[in-house]
Design a protein around this ligand. Structure first.
Ligand SMILES: Cc1ncc(COP(=O)(O)O)c(C=O)c1O
Length: 474
């Protein structure tokens, strides 16, 4: 046998072992502690070993059980960040994608793979009311936002050839609630974070369009070059949706690019299109199937309306990658419309999962998440010791413990941080946090197809029980 080769029979045996462990994990997920019972020292001891010189053969797989035991069990009571449980049919697609090991560079590298990716991108665009947009799958919302901003910068202040050095780098606008991916992207593109203007929000954490207009006018008066506005369709903290139609009017009036960061929320347009009026007015839009389409991680998407602009931004082809076909289908190359060259076959999991469950399955799951968030909001509102800190537009619920009627903001912040640290290791529900107007909040974000009513109803009693524990000095 050649080095590294394994027989088809050996592969089947190993695969059966992995599949059987996966099925065991899924069957026991609900009963698992969400917070793995482990420590830094424990995982270093087990996984921080030296690289084996001799292969371990089948023994290599035995450690998978240890990995499983030390995984954060994202069951129906996991509401941290913007992440769900992962859809298992899609996971099978991921396995098969790795076996085929197709490279999504261009049609000639993978006729089926590239066609499937183009198809699922079209499906995504159509499903959120943006028919006619095209785009690519990405590793997540961060690269999708970066690519959208790169297109905006190239349109208004072309820098691909001569760079931005010394040039008027241009201004980008986003609400105070924008996700960190945007200031990161602005930095990486050489625009500089000082040229990102944070626009104030209303009480519901939505960008104030009049403030945006004012900021653009002020910058123009100072001789600056506005490039782009980033509107959020679901802010990471509270799920607020910026007023997309008004923002688009302002962007058009000033001739600037409108990118929508829909990484968290835009896919909810499948179930609640009325909340997303104006989404289709974006020049580019990021959305994350690995968030609200329940896909296993590594599945974001950038959509845009102007393919020529994507090519102007991203096409730069070495002679070694030259297209050999003029055929519009067979000559297609994703790398001329993306910052990446080699890319995994992300479309397969999405394609399989969407075909298996149908759009109606996803619409129903997203609809349940929206209802669950309202259910949780009501439960928080009924609890005298809890205080909700933001409206629930989508599926994020921000709240805190009041501590006492007279407690200072500082005391409340300290107590709620301690509360989160107490809730997590109890392992029953998983929350993350947000900060709103300097208030530390507990945050439940429900993008989880496994959540049941009872799971959502477990949150408030669990928070109160953890608070009780702290007060009792346990
Ligand atoms: C609004 C928003 N934008 C962008 C991102 C970044 O997405 P990713 O983690 O897929 O890079 C997130 C992640 O939570 C988000 O909520």
């Amino acid at each position: 046998m050649r080095p590294l080769e394994i027989s088809a029979d050996d592969f089947r045996r190993l695969a059966e072992e992995v599949v059987s462990l996966s099925a065991e994990y899924l069957a026991t997920l609900d009963a698992r502690s969400i917070f793995p019972d482990t420590s830094g020292v424990d995982v270093e001891r087990i996984f921080g070993l030296d690289l084996p010189e001799q292969g371990m053969g089948d023994g290599a797989l035995t450690a998978l059980r240890e990995v499983m035991a030390r995984a954060r069990a994202q069951n129906g009571r996991f509401y941290g960040y913007v992440q769900g449980s992962g859809e298992p049919v899609a996971a099978l697609g991921d396995l098969f994608a790795s076996i085929l090991n197709q490279n999504m560079t261009a049609w000639r590298s993978s006729p089926a793979g590239v066609t499937i990716e183009r198809t699922v991108v079209r499906w995504l665009a159509e499903s959120v009311g943006c028919a006619g947009f095209t785009g690519t799958l990405t590793g997540g919302g961060s690269p999708a936002n970066l690519m959208g901003l790169a297109m905006a910068r190239e349109k208004k202040t072309p820098a691909n050839e001569r760079g931005l050095w010394g040039a008027n780098a241009g201004m980008v606008y986003a609400s105070e609630q924008v996700h960190m991916a945007v200031p990161k992207g602005v930095a990486m593109l050489g625009i500089g974070r000082e040229n990102l203007r944070y626009i104030a929000c209303d009480d519901a954490y939505r960008m104030l369009p009049a403030k945006l207009d004012r900021a653009i006018r002020d910058d123009l008066a100072r001789g600056k070059t506005p490039i782009a506005v980033v509107a959020s369709a679901g802010t990471v903290n509270t799920g607020a949706i910026d007023p997309l139609e008004e923002i688009s009017r302002i962007a058009r009036a000033h001739g600037i690019w409108m990118h929508v960061d829909g990484a968290y929320g835009a896919l909810a347009a499948i179930a609640a299109p009325e909340k997303f009026a104006g989404l289709n007015l974006a020049d580019s839009l990021s959305l994350d199937p690995h968030k609200w389409l329940y896909q296993p991680l590594d599945c974001g998407c950038l959509l845009y309306r102007d393919v020529a602009m994507a090519r102007q931004t991203f096409a730069y082809t070495g002679s070694y990658a030259k297209q050999l076909s003029d055929d519009p289908i067979e000559g297609f190359a994703f790398f001329e419309e993306s910052m990446e060259l080699s890319r995994r076959f992300r479309g397969l999991k999405l394609w399989l999962s969407l075909r298996y469950h149908g759009l109606e399955g996803f619409r129903a799951a997203i609809g349940r998440d929206l209802e669950h968030a309202q259910r949780l909001a009501r439960a928080v509102d009924r609890a005298p010791m809890l205080e909700r800190l933001a409206p629930v537009e989508l599926s994020a619920v921000c709240f805190r413990h009041r501590v006492s009627a007279e407690a200072s903001e500082e005391t409340r912040n300290r107590f709620n941080l301690a509360l989160l640290k107490r809730i997590l290791p109890r392992g029953k529900v998983y929350l993350s946090n947000a900060e709103l107007h300097h208030k530390f909040c507990l945050r439940a974000c429900i993008v989880n197809h496994l959540a049941e009513d009872a799971d959502v109803e477990a949150v408030v009693p669990e928070v109160l029980a953890a608070a009780q524990e702290i007060r009792a000095g346990a």
